[in-house]
Design a protein around this ligand. Structure first.
Ligand SMILES: N[C@@H](CCC(=O)N[C@@H](CS)C(=O)NCC(=O)O)C(=O)O
Length: 112
């Protein structure tokens, strides 16, 4: 897997979760402002929206949106108990927390 990240951004969240579960991945730094990938390349060809985080799976599947990415990672390694099972009230509450943080708080505060 490849995690596209920018220092000081919310890509830190999936970065922490990937380290916590211990799955192998490569962290690829991008310049958040120019959209240039460290070492060369146009990040918009990876994620046309230009946002981080983005996770590219080994089969080339692109995952975006921090809340979705961290749940995908948590579900890959259920033995770590990072997320309650899908379809439960506890999982829905986790989704509510993630969505609140990554929408209301992120756009309302951290982005200023
Ligand atoms: N809805 C996205 C938001 C991602 C986002 O806003 N990322 C910021 C960094 S914290 C970014 O890439 N900004 C670059 C830009 O606005 O061009 C998510 O939750 O993953």
């Amino acid at each position: 897997m490849k995690l596209f990240y920018a220092p000081g951004s919310l890509s830190l969240l999936p970065h922490i979760v990937l380290r916590e579960v211990g799955l192998p991945f490569t962290a690829i730094k991008i310049n958040e402002h120019t959209k240039v990938i460290e070492g060369g390349g146009d990040y918009r060809k990876v994620n046309p929206l230009g946002y981080v985080p983005a996770l590219v799976l080994d089969d080339g599947t692109l995952l975006t949106e921090g809340a979705a990415i961290v749940q995908y990672i948590a579900d890959r390694v259920p033995s770590k108990n990072l997320a309650p099972p899908n379809g439960t009230i506890k999982r829905t509450r986790l989704q509510a927390c993630l969505n609140f943080f990554l929408s209301e708080m992120h756009k309302g505060g951290f982005s200023l």
